[in-house]
Design a protein around this ligand. Structure first.
Ligand SMILES: *Cc1c(COP(=O)(O)O)cnc(C)c1O
Length: 409
C-alpha cells in the first residue's frame, strides 16, 4: 500500500484562525445585532489603483490579438518586470543585481517554503517566536523537524524569542543553525530591523556559514529613512542571504499574485565533499522544472507599480494603511496600553494588561467593543501576553473600532 508522508502527521492542527472564526461565529449567533469589525485580517482591502488596472487591461487586450498574444513566458519572469525591479527597488538603494538573480513568481508564501528544497534535510532551521507559520509548517512537511512539544514547538527547530525585552529583535542563537528565517518589517510584531541589526545577522551568517532567508514582504511600509529596505544594503549580504519580496501588500496584489525572490550569484552552500556550490543555478533549475511562470497579466500589472503614476497611486494606498496604523497606535497608547509596531509596518502588537492572556484579551475586545484582533499566542509561545491588530481595514472601520475600544474601558 502507498505510504503517506508521515511528516504531515506531525503538523499541529491549524488552530489560530479557525479558533478566531469559531469564537466570532459563536458571539455573532448570540448577538445578531452586533456589527463586528475585524482588525484581524492580514489582507488588503483597498482596490487596485488605476495605473495598475490600466496596465492589466492592456495586457488582457494583448491576449486578444493574434500578433500580441502571449503563451508561456520565461519561467523566471519577463525582462520588462525584472529590469523595472532591479532599477527601482535595488539600484536606487545602491544594490546592483544581475537579471539572472531575480526570479518572478506567483507568491512569496510559496517561495519562502519552496526555497528549502535547495538545502539538505539535516540543516537546522532557526525561526523567531512569534513567527509567520509558513516557515515552520513547511519545515515540518519537508521532514526537517521532530515532533511538536506541548507548547506546539517542534524538535530540531531553533526558536528565537522576540519580546518587548529585546525590542522584538532576535538574538543570534547560541547553538548551531544553518538556515535562518528573518522577516523585517515583521509580521506579526511590526518591528523593523535597523542597519546595525541586519549587519549583526549578516556577520553571524558569514562567521558560522549559515544562510539567511530574508522575507521583506512589508518593505514598502517602512517610513523611517534609516531602515534598510533590502538586506543587500548590508555589505557581504549577497554571500549569505536570499531575499523574498511580494506585490501582495505593496500594491494590493493578494488576489492578483505576483512576487519575486533574489538569489545572488555569490551565495553558496556546501556539498558533502566540502565543495561550495552556487545556489542560484539550482534555484533556476528548480523554478524552471516545477513552475511555468507568473501570468503575463499579473506581471504587466506589477511592472506598472514602477511607473510614475503607479508609484504615486500605490504610495497613496500605503499611506491610507499607515494612517490607520498611526491611529490605532495613538488611540491604544492614549488608553494606557503599550503598543508596538505600526510605524514601519501595518501591524500593531499590543501588550495585554497584566494577568490578561492573549485569548482572554481577544474575548474581552470581542464582547465589549465588537472588535476582532489576533491573539499573539497563536504565533508562538513568546506571543502570549500580546495581541495583533492590523491596519488593513477601511479608515472608517478603524476609526469606529478605536472609538468603541475607548468607550469600552
Ligand atoms: C503576506 C505575507 C507574504 C506575502 O505572501 P504572498 O504569497 O506573496 O501573497 C509573505 N510573507 C509574510 C510574512 C506575509 O505576511
Amino acid at each position: 500500500m502507498t505510504k503517506i508522508n508521515e511528516n504531515f502527521l506531525k503538523l499541529q492542527a491549524g488552530y489560530l484562525f479557525p479558533e478566531v472564526a469559531r469564537r466570532v461565529r459563536a458571539y455573532q449567533a448570540k448577538n445578531p445585532e452586533a456589527k463586528i469589525i475585524s482588525l484581524g485580517i492580514g489582507d488588503v482591502t483597498q482596490p487596485l489603483p488605476p495605473a495598475i488596472i490600466e496596465a492589466m487591461q492592456k495586457a488582457v487586450e494583448d491576449m486578444a490579438g493574434a500578433n500580441t498574444f502571449r503563451g508561456y513566458g520565461p519561467e523566471q519572469g519577463y525582462d520588462f518586470l525584472i529590469e523595472a525591479i532591479i532599477e527601482n527597488d535595488f539600484k536606487s538603494r545602491g544594490v546592483d543585481l544581475d537579471k539572472s538573480e531575480v526570479f518572478i513568481s506567483d507568491g512569496a508564501k510559496c517561495d519562502t517554503a519552496n526555497i528549502q528544497e535547495m538545502f539538505g534535510l539535516d540543516n537546522i532551521v532557526a525561526v523567531t517566536d512569534p513567527v509567520y507559520p509558513v516557515y515552520v509548517d513547511s519545515s515540518v512537511m519537508a521532514g526537517r523537524t521532530g515532533q511538536a512539544n506541548e507548547k506546539g514547538q517542534y524538535d530540531k527547530i531553533v526558536y528565537m524569542p522576540c519580546t518587548a525585552e529585546n525590542n522584538f529583535i532576535p538574538e543570534p542563537p547560541t547553538t548551531p543553525v544553518d538556515i535562518i528565517y528573518l522577516c523585517f518589517p515583521n509580521n506579526p510584531t511590526g518591528a523593523a530591523a535597523a542597519k546595525e541589526t541586519l549587519s549583526e545577522w549578516v556577520d553571524f551568517a558569514r562567521r558560522t556559514g549559515a544562510i539567511i532567508l530574508f522575507d521583506a514582504a512589508y518593505e514598502a511600509f517602512i517610513t523611517n529613512p534609516d531602515i534598510p529596505h533590502s538586506i543587500y544594503e548590508i555589505d557581504g549580504a549577497k554571500e549569505v542571504a536570499i531575499e523574498f519580496r511580494s506585490f501582495s501588500k505593496t500594491a494590493g496584489f493578494t488576489g492578483v499574485r505576483c512576487a519575486f525572490t533574489v538569489v545572488p550569484r555569490q551565495l553558496t552552500a556546501a556539498a558533502s565533499n566540502g565543495r561550495a556550490v552556487e545556489v542560484n543555478p539550482l534555484w533556476n533549475r528548480r523554478h524552471s522544472t516545477k513552475f511555468n511562470g507568473a501570468s503575463y497579466v499579473s506581471q504587466a500589472g506589477a511592472a506598472a507599480v514602477y511607473t510614475p503614476e503607479g508609484r504615486k497611486q500605490t504610495r497613496q494606498i500605503i499611506d491610507i494603511y499607515m494612517a490607520n496604523a498611526a491611529l490605532i497606535r495613538k488611540s491604544l497608547t492614549k488608553l494606557g496600553y503599550k503598543a508596538y509596531g505600526g510605524v514601519n509596518a501595518p501591524y500593531i502588537w499590543v501588550k495585554t494588561p497584566a494577568g490578561v492572556g492573549s485569548w482572554d484579551f481577544f474575548d474581552q475586545l470581542l464582547q465589549k467593543a465588537n472588535v476582532v484582533g489576533t491573539p499573539g499566542a497563536g504565533f508562538g509561545p513568546a506571543g502570549e501576553g500580546y495581541f495583533r491588530l492590523t491596519a488593513f481595514a477601511t479608515p472608517a472601520n478603524v476609526k469606529e473600532a478605536m472609538q468603541r475600544i475607548a468607550n469600552s474601558v
